[in-house]
Write a protein that binds this ligand. Structure first.
Ligand code: WT7
Length: 659
């Protein structure tokens, strides 16, 4: 295998990291890692060969590792493609696999969850304790008349009750939709209107960066403005008591969590569900309009997540697994909650800001709990890099054996810093590529893989991807193109909630028969993949997906704004942030005055933040008298983006971003 990377031409608008083009280092697997690995290189080769020769049999074997109430009639029913049905005819429940079955084994008294609050308070739950808490919550939901198919919206900070609420909903066959605690009332309202939940589970507030952030008020504001249809369905708002604040409770509708579960028995039956029964809806930004409700189903999702977690993070019975994601994102769903619990491992959940009260907090968490696997995001690595190596150096990080990253391309600099100063050159860095839609890791090294900093390496066994041009033809090695997935996979989304047609159009129409990821990537001469960014108008701000359309709509709701366009521009810490181009209404003071006072900038930035929440980071507002448009009147964002990032606009590649 050659270590030399060819130069490549990158598609325009791909947020290309120039440094990736000349990255030549390779890291060979260490003998100790290979000796300890559940899957040594030979096993990996066998798995790849098996997946190639009998792809369905391969996934069927993965399914055999879990418990089912009834086995499948077919591993995959593709008769209504792209509405694929994995494990058709089977009956199961992911919670049976995540909890119930452990109660019959030695895992019963093992720690399932370690939780640390930002102020330093902690809670630990064994599998048996978590099981009983989930049962009480499941019984309470049932007693409130909530059951199979009903939606339960969870608007929570990372608390043990967040995990409990998710599992309790899934146990009774309800469909959870976790909405990030940092989202605004407006974002929450949109999701309530779409999901029409029968219950909302929230908290009075939480600790973040040393402050108390209240939450219940956001829920009240969102519900007050939700549609009549949504209001008619909502029965209960359940409030976890986390902080000391006055909290208004609405009679009949609102109930404290501790009262809600108090008298409930700690045994509850687990609903037997069709494998295709929806497990959760998770909203994520797309190119157009409001966020889409991505739906995942019990059967396929549990098989895909279980298999991939075991492979990539090579789980051992003694692991303390820390995935730093909020449970509200897909990373949290798959690899804080469901994956680790199905595997019977101990998962760690931290409530607060990773830099509070000082930059060494994350390392002190690792040291105090003896974390063995740390899975995090490039934006946090970049943030911690800024504080230098003295911070990690003050801590014993010797328990760590594997590191992981996800969410956006990681630069070779950040990769090698993570490898050297956190992994102490002993721990492989596993860069996992996947999406809310894929549910599970798709492209990732295993601990025994040869690593190239900045590359997500190769697809996992059983996953088939390619990099293709406009016409669907594979691009030559070294060149950029669209990342497609050529075969369905078990943990794939099953549809978009309330909009199956959009599911077909957004993912399966661009390249018929293949799933279009929306990413651009290139393959090097060894077949290693390098993700270059989004091909569409979706930004990755600190690894969070924000649609330009969504942010434009929020900004346009400001009375002074006549028209606006958002583009993503590079940012040292967040990877990408938004820049806004704004045309003001005629009755506004002249643009020159605006720019001098800077008042309107701040006003608009604040407005967008209020509308969408703190994830919507606009760094700069530029006022224009008009926006560049094509002959159909469509705003040419790529021109604006090229201008802002100093790229030349002359060589706009054959890959159009207007897809
Ligand atoms: C988008 C999906 C899956 C959990 C986190 C984000 C980007 C994801 C990587 C990676 C480069 C990555 C892609 C993808 N992305 N992982 N390892 N290297 N880019 O989930 O919010 O659904 O976003 O994140 O652009 O399409 P998401």
């Amino acid at each position: 295998m050659s270590a030399k990377q060819p130069l490549c031409t990158a598609p325009e608008g791909s947020g290309t990291l120039d440094t990736l083009l000349c990255e030549e280092r390779v890291f060979r697997p260490m003998p100790r890692i290979v000796a300890e690995a559940n899957m040594n290189p030979q096993d990996v080769a066998i798995a790849r060969a098996r997946a190639e020769s009998d792809w369905l049999g391969f996934w069927e074997e993965a399914a055999e590792e879990l418990s089912w109430f009834r086995k499948w009639d077919a591993v995959l029913d593709d008769s209504a493609a792209p509405f694929y049905r994995w494990f058709a005819g089977a009956r199961c429940n992911i919670v049976y696999n995540a909890l119930d079955r452990h109660i019959e084994t030695a895992n019963k008294n093992k720690l399932a969850l370690i939780w640390e609050g930002e102020p330093g308070d902690t809670r630990k739950l064994t599998y048996y304790e978590l099981y009983r808490e989930v049962n009480k919550a499941a019984n309470a939901l049932r007693a409130a008349g909530i059951g199979k198919g009903d939606r339960v919206l969870i608007h929570m900070p990372p608390l043990p009750e967040t995990v409990i609420a998710m599992l309790a909903a899934a146990k009774i066959g309800a469909v959870h939709s976790v909405v990030f605690g940092g989202f605004s009332a407006r974002s929450l309202r949109d999701r309530i209107n779409d999901a029409t939940p029968a219950a909302i589970i929230t908290a009075d507030g939480f600790y973040r960066n040393g402050r108390v952030i209240t939450l219940k008020g956001t829920v009240d504001a969102a519900v007050a403005k939700c549609s009549g249809a949504a209001a008619a369905v909502l029965k209960k708002v359940v409030v976890v008591h986390r902080v000391l604040v006055e909290t208004a409770m609405k009679e009949d509708r609102d109930v404290w969590y501790h009262d809600f579960v108090r008298d409930q028995p700690d045994e509850a039956f687990t609903e037997s569900l069709d494998a295709a029964h929806p497990l959760f809806i998770l909203y994520t930004s797309g190119t157009t309009g409001a966020p889409k409700g991505i739906v995942h189903a019990h059967g396929g999702y549990m098989v895909g997540v279980n298999r991939t977690l075991d492979w990539v993070f090579d789980l051992k019975p003694t692991d303390i697994f820390w995935c730093t994601a909020d449970p509200a994102w897909i990373t949290g769903h798959s690899y804080v909650v469901y994956g680790p619990l199905m595997a019977g491992t101990t998962t760690l959940l931290y409530e607060g800001h990773p830099l509070y009260p000082e930059a060494g907090r994350a390392w002190s968490v690792v040291q105090r709990w003896g974390v063995t696997v740390l899975y995090t995001v490039p934006t946090l690595i970049r943030m911690l890099m800024r504080f230098g190596r003295q911070n990690p150096d003050r801590h014993t990080l010797g328990t760590l054996r594997l590191l992981g990253t996800v969410g956006e391309p990681i630069s070779p600099e950040a990769w090698t810093w993570f490898h050297k100063h956190i992994g102490r050159s002993r721990c492989p860095v596993l860069d996992t590529w996947w999406q809310t839609e894929t549910g599970m890791f798709m492209i990732s090294p295993l601990p025994v893989s040869l690593l190239k900093p900045g590359s997500v390496t190769r697809p996992l066994p059983g996953v088939e991807v390619d990099v293709v041009d406009e016409s669907g033809a594979p691009v030559p090695h070294g060149q950029g193109g669209y990342l497609v997935i050529k075969k369905p996979w078990p943990a794939m989304l099953t549809t978009i909630f309330n909009d199956p047609e959009a599911y077909r159009r957004l993912y399966w129409e661009r390249f018929p028969g293949w799933y279009f990821s929306g990413d651009v990537a290139r393959k090097d001469e060894d077949g290693y993949l390098w993700i270059q960014g989004r091909a569409d108008d979706v930004m990755l701000i600190a690894g969070h997906r924000i649609g330009t359309a969504e942010l434009e709509a929020a900004l346009a709701s400001h009375p002074a704004v006549a028209e606006c366009a958002i583009v993503g521009v590079p940012d040292e810490i967040r990877g990408e942030v938004a820049k806004a181009f704004v045309v003001l209404h005629d009755d506004q003071p002249p643009v020159a005055t605006m720019m001098m006072t800077g008042e309107t900038d701040q006003d608009l930035i604040e407005h967008a933040r209020r509308e969408l929440g703190p994830v919507a980071v606009i760094r700069e507002v530029e006022f224009r008298s008009a926006l560049p448009k094509n002959k159909n009147g469509k705003i040419m964002r790529r021109l604006l983006r090229a201008e802002s990032t100093g790229q030349s606009t002359g060589d706009l590649s054959t890959l159009s971003t207007d897809i």
